[in-house]
Design a protein around this ligand. Sequence first.
Ligand code: ZN
Length: 135
Amino acid sequence: MTKTNVPTEDVVFEIDKDGMRIIETKTRMMSMDDNTQVVCDICSKPLGKIKDMKHVLSPESITIAVRNGYRPEKMMKASKDMLIEMGEEKYNEIIEKVFEGWKSMVDQSETPWALCDDCFKNIQQFLKKPGDKRH
Ligand SMILES: [Zn+2]
């Protein structure tokens, strides 16, 4: 069994009526072997074992996608559902703040992002822009 040390970020955040607040960001080395379970960094969907991981994007790619108009719909929908459940009426306003918070999390990110099929497909549309071909 191969053991690999991969840098991973732990982001601790809170969602409340003021939006999303990043409490702490820690980067640590995590020892991963073939049986380590990974989840999608955008929607938290389980991706299975690390060897089954198909899509990995650099934080720079995520930043570019966001700049091109990408929004983490699944993550935002989950937050919205949570706010509605909490009885928060101004959830649309709060969601915008959550998105702002998420963007600053992307800006600070320095480790690769593991993505599920859906999120990868979604983000791809924002990475390929006609007329932006770099050789
Ligand atoms: Zn996903």
